[in-house]
Design a protein around this ligand. Structure first.
Ligand code: ADP
Ligand code: MG
Length: 297
């Protein structure tokens, strides 16, 4: 069983890449086997992990175009760290929309390619471009979960409508198991009045969806929020994860605590599955107040 999640928000600069890389690295730090798929033509995740997109032999671009029966997608994965594999991006990826135009299975090609690789990894994360175009549709068709990185600004919530609509469409079509896990608050300043109000609004929105038959019925504001921390903005230019660059900084502690919550929630769910309780329970709402403090020890 593999936990497969995409970091999606059609807005740029909200923290998708920072979260994809450091959540993936955090889960790997905790001893789990992780694959990160960089689906953004800007290749920021690839660069963040210190991999030069131009030097990559085969990228996710090739994997999307190849027939997995002829060319093994596993051989495109770059082993960047112990337990952390990368399916890299390259700038050619920007042309994929036109290259796959008219191809009937164009939105499920990633899903088809990755399916046989799942058994190799316990966690797969997908970093998406800032749009709801074909690349993001491929992510939505392959993952079970959508995680939405965002900042607690008033306008942040406006963009959610279009994203949730797209998730609903994919859920009614190729991927009925698709769920929104929740929101990760990035560059968070929890003491401002504005951010408190926006977080309260988000929580009220998700609470109001609990009884509805929608893919975000189990969604929540995930904890801990990731504090604004300049070290997180510095480390990509060194090709390092936050755990390599500044393992004691607030950004590292926050991402490690987020990763720990993510892993523990999954372990609990698998234990529940093994011991047949209520069928197919969605991940429970877990707010671990001590998580951030615990990781500081
Ligand atoms: P996206 O992938 O959604 O476009 P990024 O993850 O690239 O967003 O983040 C946008 C910018 O904000 C980057 O320069 C990144 O380093 C910076 N950033 C992200 N999260 C934080 C944070 N918690 N504190 C400080 N800077 C951050
Ligand atoms: Mg990005």
């Amino acid at each position: 069983m593999t936990r497969v999640a995409a970091l999606i928000n059609q807005k740029g600069g909200v923290g998708k890449t920072t979260t994809a890389v450091n959540l993936a690295a955090g889960v790997a730090e905790l001893g789990r086997r992780v694959l990160l798929i960089d689906l953004d033509p800007q290749a920021h995740s690839t660069l963040h992990l210190g991999v030069d997109p131009a030097s990559v032999d085969r990228s996710v671009y090739d994997v999307l175009l190849e027939d997995p029966r002829e060319t093994d997608p596993a051989t495109a994965i770059v082993r960047t760290r112990e337990r952390l594999g990368l399916l890299a991006a390259e700038t050619d990826l920007a042309a994929i929309e036109s290259e796959l135009a008219g191809v009937p299975d164009r939105s499920t090609r990633l899903s088809r390619a990755i399916e046989p690789l799942k058994s190799e990894y316990e966690f797969i994360f997908v970093d998406c471009p800032p749009s709801l175009g074909l690349l993001t549709l491929n992510a939505l068709a392959m993952v079970r979960e959508v995680v939405v990185p965002m900042q607690a600004h008033y306008l942040a919530l406006q963009g959610m409508g279009k994203l949730l609509e797209t998730v609903t469409l994919i859920g009614r079509g190729v991927n009925p198991r698709l769920r929104v896990t929740g929101v990760v608050l990035c560059q968070h300043e929890e003491t401002t009045k504005l951010s408190k109000e926006v977080v309260a609004d988000m929580e009220a929105f998700f609470k109001g969806s609990r009884e509805k038959d929608v893919p975000w019925k189990g969604a929540r504001v995930m904890r801990p929020a990731i504090r604004r921390n300049v070290k997180l903005a510095e480390c990509p230019s060194f090709g390092k994860t936050i755990f390599e660059y500044a393992p004691q900084c607030p950004g590292a502690l926050d991402y490690l605590a987020l990763a720990r919550g993510f892993v523990e929630e999954w372990d609990r769910l698998l234990a529940k599955r093994a011991d047949p309780g209520p069928a197919d329970a969605a991940p429970e709402v877990v707010v671990k107040p001590g998580a951030a403090a615990e990781s500081r020890r």
